[in-house]
Design a protein around this ligand. Structure first.
Ligand SMILES: Nc1nc2c(c(=O)[nH]1)N[C@H]1C(S)=C(S)[C@@H](COP(=O)(O)O)O[C@H]1N2
Ligand SMILES: [Mo]
Length: 535
């Protein structure tokens, strides 16, 4: 072993106040990283939604104007949540860089900046529905850590600057030693902080997920058999043309629309459903109470009001649940009520006309979807399903409260934001095959797709090629009037570009309107139209 006491010459120029701005920018990033990592770690023991990015994102979603929400859904689809989180991360990086750069000359200002980010996180957490005081803690801890890290790093850097700027009275070697040590100290500190931020972030997220997840509780549930089972899906309900959707949508393929950046976790063992408002007897029911009631099973197609003409925010599943009318009968509805207001753990609310849920249709509080407990993303353990109404006025997921009230007294999440109070699903006919702008060979081609007019049913589907006559399509067997119906037609495709259109006639004899409407305020309408190239 050789003992080499000589110090390697410090080749890099010393950090001077007038140079190396990027070093300070990196300090800003490190401070932000340590802050976010610490906050994530603290949030693991409070609630996933108390983590700053989720709190800020959630608060942002609460305030998103309608046009922006529609834009996000149309532009990013179900990735809108990832886009929002990435945007928040991007903004944080920019602010962190600015604070870092500021810290070189204006450390107090930079500290105020870092603290302010944390305070914004805390404020966001406190304004979320059902917020508790502790929800602010992760962001507050984060901002303290962020400030400490920034102060520490800038002090280290400036100590080094001073030690190199003022030549010590001793030998030049001593100066190099001081500078070299400080340089290494800063590098080691920076790497340690980066490592801490990464580990805290990853461990915090993992612990948070593990602690809050109710996946295990869901796996332990055995659903009872329904007293009133659904009839088997008719053999001919699927049109069987390659490229069309499955008649029953698999749980994993079912569209997801809600206001949450992280999936709400509701523990079925502590679950409580409150029924209150204009009722004779307010009630509290456990999950087991619900399971012990009369269970019905039905095939029902759900649709989101934000679905564009030809869109994919629609799915068909077999739901198991308790009729809402049975629950209301037990509670006893007082005269004068005209609305069922349902509330969920995410603060989401839904207003549903009382007349609709009690008109004999299979409005239910569902506990099962396609033979399984509800998937976590689809409202586990309890959600509402009402055939014929868009999701925002019927499909309350993670539902914990049902309040009998009036439209005059109460409004719900989306109706407060400009959507219609009464929103029956509009008749829609989607061409699934061929794909839009597909190039196909001349000859016999199947045009096929799926149509829906929930609770009215689909009586007929017609297809038009270019401006030719409307031709009746072949219909797959109807499951129920509450489900979608598939269709197809054979077409002799000739060379050239062609426009294909489809429309339906619903069970009341109404032909689907050609009038183009935007999803806001009560659902899109118009004929789905695609262009294909035959060559
Ligand atoms: N708690 C809660 N329930 C909710 C929502 C929500 O944001 N929060 N979104 C509603 C909307 S707009 C629709 S279209 C349906 C979608 O249900 P799905 O995700 O199971 O397809 O859920 C409804 N229920
Ligand atoms: Mo929706």
């Amino acid at each position: 072993m050789t003992t080499d006491v000589s110090v390697p010459p410090d080749t890099a120029p010393p950090i001077k106040r007038g140079s190396r701005l990027w070093v300070y920018a990196v300090f800003g990033l490190l401070a932000a990283g340590a802050a976010v990592g610490s906050a994530q770690l603290v949030a693991a023991f409070i609630a996933p939604t108390a983590a700053p990015a989720y709190a800020v994102g959630g608060a942002f979603i609460d305030r998103t104007p309608l046009w922006l929400k529609e834009f996000a859904i149309a532009r990013f689809g179900t990735n809108d949540k990832e886009v929002l989180l990435a945007t928040i991360a991007g903004v944080l990086v920019v602010v962190a860089l600015v604070c870092g750069v500021l810290s070189r000359r204006f450390l107090p200002v930079a500290c105020v900046g870092v603290a302010a980010i944390g305070l914004i996180g805390a404020a966001a957490a406190l304004t979320r529905p059902f917020a508790r005081l502790v929800d602010a803690l992760p962001s507050l801890v984060g901002s303290v850590v962020g400030v400490l890290v920034l102060v520490w790093l800038t002090r280290e850097a400036q100590r080094r600057t001073l030690s190199t700027a003022t030549p010590p009275s001793g030998s030049p070697g001593k100066q190099e030693l001081a500078a070299g040590t400080s340089r290494r100290t800063i590098l080691v500190s920076a790497l340690s902080i980066a490592a801490y931020a990464a580990v805290a972030g990853v461990v915090g997220t993992a612990v948070s997920t593990a602690r809050s997840s109710v996946a295990g509780a869901r796996a332990a549930i055995r659903l009872p058999k329904p007293a009133d089972p659904a009839k088997p899906v008719p053999a001919g309900a699927a049109i069987g043309v390659p490229g069309t959707v499955a008649f029953t949508t698999a749980n994993s393929d079912f569209y997801r629309v809600d206001i949450n950046l992280s999936v709400p976790q509701v523990n079925p063992t502590t679950y409580q459903l409150t029924i209150d408002g204009m009722v004779e007897h307010s009630m509290k029911l456990s999950f087991d109470d619900l399971l012990s009631m009369r269970l019905v099973e039905r095939d029902i197609t759900m649709t989101c009001v934000s679905n564009e003409v030809g869109g994919r925010y629609v799915g068909n599943a077999r739901w198991l649940g308790v009729h809402v009318k049975d629950l209301l009968a037990t509670a006893g509805v007082k005269p004068g009520a005209d609305q069922i207001l349902t509330t969920a753990v995410d603060g989401f609310t839904v207003s549903t006309p009382l007349a609709v849920v009690t008109d004999g249709r299979d409005a239910m509080l569902a506990v099962g979807m396609n033979g399984q407990p509800l998937p976590l993303e689809h409202g586990f353990p309890v959600r509402m399903i009402v055939p014929g109404l868009y999701g925002y006025v019927s499909g309350t997921k993670w539902l914990t409260q049902m309040t009998v009230t009036t439209f005059a007294a109460q409004q719900a999440y989306w109706t407060q934001r400009g959507y219609a109070e009464h929103a029956p699903i509009r008749t829609m006919t989607r061409i699934e095959v061929p794909a839009p702008l597909a190039t196909i060979a001349p000859g016999k081609v199947a045009i096929a797709g799926t149509a829906w007019a929930q609770h009215r049913g689909i009586e007929g589907v017609e297809v038009q090629v270019d401006n030719g006559p409307w031709l009746p399509a072949g219909l797959a067997a109807q499951d129920t009037i509450d489900t979608w119906r598939q269709w197809s037609i054979a077409w002799q495709a000739t060379s050239g570009q062609h426009t294909l259109r489809a429309r339906s006639v619903d069970g009341t004899g109404q032909t689907q309107t050609s009038q183009r409407r935007e999803p806001v305020p009560s659902g899109a309408s118009g004929w789905h139209e695609i262009v294909v190239l035959v060559s």
